[in-house]
Ligand binder design. Structure first.
Ligand code: CA
Length: 222
């Protein structure tokens, strides 16, 4: 889903129509208020953000997005007015992924969106793991489930990483105990079960991606 925040109805409708015609799911929002409301229930893949907006300035919206752990990972492309150099520089400084100057052609806009999504996808592949609705960032030790940040202990993180690195594979409790807690850990396999239980709870709906294989261990799938 791509969000397009633009107060001018004609431009917004044209962008939404063109994105949908290209195969994207897209949703138009008239301003900052509408955007923040929509973000409470969904996490878009990308936000197209106009700078000249009547209620909250686009740059202020951008700064709010980038300062909120729930939304800072969402890529943003700014729609800037011709000649507004300061806005572009400021926008990139604040963490925008790209900008496009009005008036622009729809082909160019679509190409920019695809380029940003490709770049983000590559970055996630290099630094993380993703399976179904769960994304692990191995550098920052961050986890997102359905786009929402999840706070895990180190052991829970390692356990999830082990399961996600071997999708669709059954991993025994003993293997998990050995690899996550270490061969010298005098624990019982119940330790693994207890951690899986809290892990499932913390992951919310995505917790059911972890399947119990009775008498053996666990398996993770999409
Ligand atoms: Ca505008």
């Amino acid at each position: 889903m791509i969000f397009c925040v633009e107060d001018e109805d004609n431009i917004r409708e044209l962008i939404i129509y063109s994105l949908q015609a290209t195969g994207f799911e897209a949703c138009g929002l008239a301003g900052g208020k509408e955007l923040f409301q929509a973000l409470e229930n969904s996490s878009p893949e990308l936000i197209l953000l106009d700078i000249m907006l009547p209620d909250i300035d686009g740059l202020e919206i951008l700064s709010k997005l980038k300062n909120n752990p729930k939304t800072k990972h969402i890529p943003v492309i700014l729609l800037t007015a011709k000649g507004a150099e300061y806005d572009k520089v400021k926008g990139l400084d604040l963490g925008a992924d790209d900008y496009i100057t009005k008036p622009f052609g729809i082909m160019e806009l679509v190409a920019r969106i695809k380029a940003v999504l490709r770049r983000i996808g590559q970055k996630e592949q290099e630094h993380g793991l993703s399976l179904g609705n769960i994304v692990l960032d191995l550098e920052k030790y961050e986890v997102r489930s359905n786009g929402e940040p999840v706070i895990l202990t180190l052991k829970e993180f390692e356990l999830l990483k082990k399961l996600m690195s071997n999708p669709e594979c059954v991993i025994s409790r003993n293997t998990l105990l050995e690899e996550v807690w270490g061969a010298n850990f005098y624990g019982e396999t119940r330790t693994v079960d207890a951690h899986i239980k809290t892990l499932r709870q913390k992951l919310g709906q995505s917790g059911n991606q972890i399947e119990t294989i009775r008498g053996i261990g666990y398996k993770m799938s999409k």
